[in-house]
Unconditional design. Structure first.
Length: 161
């Protein structure tokens, strides 16, 4: 499957999830801006892949990233971010979302496992309540210090001065 084949609409993702479940497969979901792909992202995606048979990654649209991170972000446009995340072998599917948080997306997909990086407190993970109420689990992957897009951007800024 080519990278472009991994980017799906929400309706396509919902059908894929139904098919996976009908075949007895577990579905994991994680999400993020993935603005500058780095080691921390790879760490979380690898861990997420071990949690289920299928890994779906929700990626914030450009509009959504601006709402969350401010007017100078994203650094990379959504087409590049989808291409980069989709190119990773552990990722089965990618879906874009426009909202500032993934609650509606998680509600629509209803993954068996919701995975987030360790910079999130378990009780603050958006959609965790939905997943747990449906009998699923929330997994927090330990954070790798120094590997966030914001930290990398700050290091780049400091190279000049």
């Amino acid at each position: 499957m080519g990278v472009s084949g991994k980017l799906k609409s929400l309706e396509e993702i919902k059908a894929i999830v139904v098919g996976a479940r009908n075949n007895g497969k577990r579905v994991a979901f994680t999400n993020g801006c993935f603005d500058l792909l780095h080691r921390g992202h790879v760490h979380v995606l690898r861990a997420a892949r071990t949690c289920a048979d299928l890994l779906i990654v929700g990626i914030n649209s450009d509009q959504s990233v601006k709402q969350i991170k401010g007017p100078v972000r994203p650094v990379l446009p959504e087409s590049d971010r989808c291409e980069l995340v989709g190119a990773m072998e552990m990722v089965d599917y990618v879906v874009l979302f426009n909202e500032s948080d993934p609650y509606s997306l998680i509600s629509a997909i209803r993954p068996d496992v919701l995975v987030k990086g360790g910079d999130w407190n378990t009780d603050k993970i958006i959609g965790g309540d939905l997943v747990e109420e449906a009998g699923g689990e929330v997994v927090v992957v330990p954070y790798i210090k120094g590997f966030s897009t914001t930290e990398i951007i700050e290091r780049i800024k400091n190279l000049d001065g």
